[in-house]
Ligand binder design. Structure first.
Ligand code: XMP
Length: 517
């Protein structure tokens, strides 16, 4: 394991992913972790992330100095580079030379860290402070026009650092820097492959579930599909999949799950009609967190009942209650819900923060340590068809968090019709690859005046939110060609009576999240 120490930036998850892409398992830990805690976990290496603070400020996020003396290889990135510097007796100062964005760098000596790299290259910087004196024992490797020390290493102690961000794609040789550190400085042999993950998880699932029965909520998305397939591989027919039709699904989704998924896996599937229950719980709610929590609670309740029904059915067999529930929770869900890193709670993801306190199931979460692209790779390795594995993400609370205002059956129908048109046209234009996902949002409490035919209209706006992303942690709005947008707008305003305006969301994440609620 490589531990990525989080100094409060968006970058820690990206670093953790890049380490996985280099074939090595990684986990994120808060910067408050002590040297003893690190030592206890016996990591193969530690990487210190960037962060927004300044190391010289009082109260700046610190890292236990003693961790540098454990003999564990450490790579510092940006803030982590500066933190390493001051911790080991070097100097960091506000020199007045700030660097942001693509910056030209010259490598004086490649050392091990920058071995085999072009000596003049572009790297992605984001810093106000700079290292002005390297700690003793370190060799300075590279500089920029304004900053003489932007990379160093101490081969003997296996410590190294870079001022720029090797984890972002704007640093073209960044992944090579990480690999040099992981393979050549830390001496780690990569063994994190889909095959190994499957083998490990199957073993873990068997140990947890034993010969007991288990149910899995299937949403139609990649995550629950892969989670169920993994559990099916581990315990076979002890698994029953339950598909809750919460009435917040998109057009056609139910049929796809009942046909595509079952045909490809042979998993046993029970569908529960729960639209009325969910709409009942959502009545009168407009606050996004209240809606999310209501949906989350109702999900679990519905499963409990489905499980009880299944038990009643199987009563002639052994009558034993179903204790286990599979969920397709991913690592970013865990991190964003504040699990494990102390990061701020941004949204209560329905499968993490929204669980009732008196939950009756023990959760089985085989994807809890995985990133989305890893889940897809595992799905492919398990033989799931591309229509499922390649599917764009759709939130568990469904259309419930894409109606701004109260959720009602009529409003759902409006949104469903608009959403279907947007999806059809984006697919027809061949944009499914480029677009990570495109929420279609109904501003149900907003009306605007329009004119159609001979008459005045007073309808609702629909928002298109096409985004490009690698992991949903950050995203940019997709530059969908104007003629495609125009076509979507024409069709929606013509075909969906209640909608007389279509608008485009051109906000990146951050500051906007992908979903509107
Ligand atoms: P945000 O809106 O936080 O969304 O930028 C990031 C990604 O997560 C999806 N999302 C959810 N997925 N349960 C889920 O399974 C949820 O409660 C949930 N909320 C958001 C969202 O569609 C995007 O891909």
């Amino acid at each position: 394991t490589v531990l990525v120490v989080d100094f409060g930036a968006q970058y820690a998850q990206l670093i953790a992913r890049r380490v996985r892409e280099a074939g090595i398992y990684s986990e994120i830990v808060p910067h408050t972790v002590s040297a003893a805690e690190i030592a206890a976990r016996e990591p193969a290496a530690v990487i210190l992330s960037g962060g927004p603070a300044s190391v010289n400020e009082p109260g700046a996020p610190a890292f236990d100095v003693e961790a540098f003396a454990l003999g564990i290889p450490v790579l510092g990135i940006c803030y982590g580079f500066q933190c390493m510097t001051t911790s080991l007796g070097g100097e960091v100062a506000r020199t007045g030379k700030r660097e942001y964005g693509s910056t030209h760098m010259d490598i004086a000596r490649g050392g091990t860290l920058l071995d085999d790299q072009p000596h003049a290259q572009t790297v992605w910087m984001s810093h106000g402070d700079s290292v002005t004196r390297a700690p003793e024992g370190f060799e300075v490797l590279a500089s920029t026009r304004d900053v003489p020390i932007v990379a160093f290493e101490d081969r003997e102690r296996r410590l190294a650092g870079v001022q720029w961000h090797p984890e972002v794609k704007h640093s073209p040789y960044g992944q090579e820097v990480l690999k040099n550190f992981l393979y050549n400085i830390a001496g780690i042999t990569p063994d994190w492959t889909s095959e190994n993950v499957i083998a490990q998880q199957v073993e873990r699932i068997r140990a947890q579930i034993g010969d007991k029965k288990v149910i899995c909520g299937l949403s139609g998305g990649v995550d629950s599909a892969v989670a169920a397939a993994l559990v099916h591989k581990a315990v076979g027919d002890q698994l029953t999949c339950v598909f809750v039709d919460h009435g917040l699904l998109r057009a056609d989704e139910r049929r796809q799950v009942e046909q595509d998924y079952v045909a490809s896996t042979g998993v046993r599937l029970v569908t529960v009609d729960a639209a009325d229950r969910f709409l009942g719980q959502l009545a009168g709610l407009t606050d996004p967190e209240a809606k999310r929590k209501a949906i989350g609670h109702e999900f679990i309740r519905t499963f409990e009942q489905a499980a009880a029904d299944l038990v009643a059915e199987a009563a002639s067999e052994d009558g034993e209650p179903i204790r286990f529930l599979v969920q397709g929770t991913l690592y970013p869900d865990v991190v964003e819900s504040g699990g494990g890193t102390g990061t701020a709670n941004i949204k209560s993801h329905h499968n993490v923060g929204g669980l009732p306190e008196d939950i009756e199931f023990e959760l089985v979460e085989p994807l809890r340590t995985l990133f989305k692209d890893e889940v897809r790779a595992i799905g492919r390795e398990l033989g799931l068809p591309e229509v499922i594995v390649g599917r764009q993400p759709f939130p568990g609370p469904g259309l419930g968090i894409r109606i701004i205002g109260e959720v009602t059956a009529e409003r759902l129908e409006i949104l469903r019709r608009a959403d279907r048109i947007a999806r059809e046209e984006l697919s027809r234009a061949g944009l499914d690859e480029e677009i990570w996902q495109c929420p279609v949002v109904l501003l149900a409490d907003v009306r605007s005046v329009g004119v159609q035919g001979d008459g005045r209209t007073y309808g609702h706006p629909i928002v298109l939110r096409p985004v490009s992303s690698e992991d949903a942690m950050t995203a940019d709005w997709t530059r969908v060609p104007y003629d495609v947008l125009s076509h979507i707008s024409n069709r929606i305003t013509n075909e969906v009576d209640e909608v007389n305006r279509v608008v485009l969301d051109i906000t990146s994440k951050p500051p906007g999240t992908i979903e509107w609620e």
